[in-house]
Ligand binder design. Structure first.
Ligand code: NAD
Length: 490
């Protein structure tokens, strides 16, 4: 379905005063100018669908008028919704009531003053008043760090108690959309119980709950609202999900519907990834400079690779890496940095992290209380006979060391192939080799599957009696969830 992009002169659904237009369009770059032109054309094409969508406007309350809440007030009113903002900080309430921005943020003042002019936006410090005069509440109070790094939920719990007290006096259905960043399960295990116990009402019947993470970046928050990287809605039920999705009817991109927990956690994963990207880029910069290589030249080339570098490849949870290049070359760059006295704490820990993953696999096998383990696939990945630095060999050696009887089967190993440069280890490995998958299955209590192949997928489907399956490669989205199936980290 087409979604129009409201961040253009024509698509902001009210008349912008001429003075404001100037400040709004201050020296637009060529790119921005082109973009406005495109949106204006699109606007003409879809005015009908906009009108349809406009009929679905909602009465919203927004609790917490900080960076997220203030931008939400401005942007949701620009989409036609009516908003009442709530904050315990009276200066923020007064600013919003006067149609002024409580924070420094490009274009926010313009949108707030228009919303004020159109009487679409009000503010209060009384949560009760806000809940009673709205159908949907977005919660964006702060969730700062505690000293130990944990997420402080005090503001959120307190606001949720007040919302629930107000809900107890309401007869209509109400939707609560949590937007503050919180650890997974917070909404289901803490906020819903608070809502139910303080209101004496039932989630799923009297009220609905969603978690809808916010992805705006300060300084480009208004533009990010209309053009988000994604819109994610985790919901307790279908009714909540469908109502929350209406908030984004006129925002670019489709809504990704998911569980409450996935919606909560993706925000942490996103931010951790962004922090990792910044720090990785900086580590690359430090080692490049020390080696007299132009770091921007290197990264500009790196970024042009959308097949392996900037792509989903290598990013999904699975088994440890191995092979002839990744371990060797990360070791080598760490050596170069040490020689030059350049600190690379992230890059320097990559091989250690990889070893931790093998340790995790061993610990999982230890939990099964079995003595005979079969490894399905011993080369470092499917469809190669290369055994160099194979994590499966490392796993096999560690299991042998712990006293397990270990065998393996691998169709890619050739007759007479040397399995390890160390003669003693080579002999042990050759002794562990099975000539067929059936032999491996018959002889062992647990099977570790390290290759994603048709025959390995079938092993899981066949649900072999009393055979534990340890899947380290995420064989399929719909793998059997029998008590004998163990996903490595899923
Ligand atoms: N700032 C960002 O760029 C950003 C982006 C995405 C997500 N987030 C997340 O969104 C949440 C809000 O972030 P922020 O930067 O807007 O925070 P903020 O500190 O700027 O604003 C939070 C507001 O909530 C108000 N508040 C606290 N308790 C209240 C209560 N009981 N009733 C009414 N108001 C109350 C505070 O007075 C404050 O104005 C956080 O969880 C944050 O991690 C922030």
């Amino acid at each position: 379905m087409f979604k129009f992009a409201p961040y253009s002169f024509k698509s902001i659904p009210f008349d912008v005063p001429s003075q404001s237009v100037q400040s709004f369009s201050l020296e637009p770059s060529l790119f921005e100018h082109d973009r406005y032109q495109v949106y204006e054309d699109q606007f003409e094409q879809v005015s009908e669908s906009i009108n349809l969508a406009k009929n679905e406007t909602l009465n919203l309350s927004i609790i917490g008028l900080g960076y997220v809440g203030a931008v939400s007030c401005a942007c949701f009113t620009s989409l036609g919704h009516t908003v009442i903002g709530v904050d315990q900080d009276i200066s923020k309430v007064n600013a919003i009531r006067a149609g002024k921005s409580p924070i420094v943020e490009k274009d926010l003042g313009l949108l707030l003053s228009k919303a004020h002019q159109l009487q679409q936006l009000d503010a209060t410090n009384d949560i009760n008043e806000a809940i009673m005069s709205s159908d949907v509440t977005l919660i964006s109070v702060g969730t700062p760090s505690n000293k130990d790094g944990s997420c402080n939920l005090d503001f959120l719990k307190s606001a949720t108690q007040q919302m629930a007290a107000a809900l107890s006096q309401k007869n209509q259905y109400h939707l609560f959309v949590f937007r503050s960043t919180v650890p997974p399960t917070t909404t289901k295990d803490i906020m819903i119980p608070i809502l139910e116990s303080y209101s004496n009402k039932k989630c799923g019947i009297d009220f609905g709950v969603c978690f809808n993470p916010e992805f705006l970046r300060e300084s480009t928050a208004v533009d990010d609202f209309y053009h988000p990287p994604k819109t994610v809605i985790g919901a307790i039920d279908k009714k909540s999900a469908e109502l929350a999705a209406k908030l984004y009817n006129n925002v670019e991109g489709d809504v990704i519907h998911t569980s409450l927990e996935a919606a909560e956690f993706v925000k942490y994963i996103d931010n951790t990834w962004h922090a990792l990207k910044v720090s990785f880029g900086n580590e690359v910069g430090r080692i490049c400079k020390a080696m007299a290589v132009d770091s921007h030249e290197v990264m500009n080339i790196f970024l042009q690779d959308h097949k392996l570098n900037i792509s989903p490849n290598y990013l999904k949870p699975g088994f440890a890496f191995g092979g002839s290049c990744l371990p060797k070359d990360t070791r080598s760059i760490v050596y170069m940095a040490e020689q030059l006295n350049v600190a690379l704490p992230i890059i320097g820990k990559i091989n250690k992290s990889n070893q931790c993953h093998i340790t995790h696999t061993v610990e999982m096998i230890n939990q099964l209380a079995v003595s005979k383990v079969g490894i399905v696939g011993i080369t470092f990945k499917s469809e190669t006979d290369d055994l160099r630095e194979s994590p499966s060999i490392e796993l096999l050696k560690r299991l042998l060391k712990q006293g397990y009887q270990v065998q393996f089967y691998d169709p890619y190993i050739q007759e007479g192939q040397c399995l390890d440069v160390d003669d003693d280890i080579n002999r042990k490995l050759l002794k562990a080799k099975c000539n067929s998958i059936d032999e491996l299955v018959d002889n062992n209590h647990a099977l570790v599957i390290t290759h994603k192949e048709e025959y390995t997928k079938n092993l899981v489907k066949e649900t072999l009696a009393n055979k534990h399956i340890i899947d380290v490669v995420h064989l399929s989205e719909n793998e059997s969830r029998s008590e004998y199936y163990h996903g490595l980290c899923w």
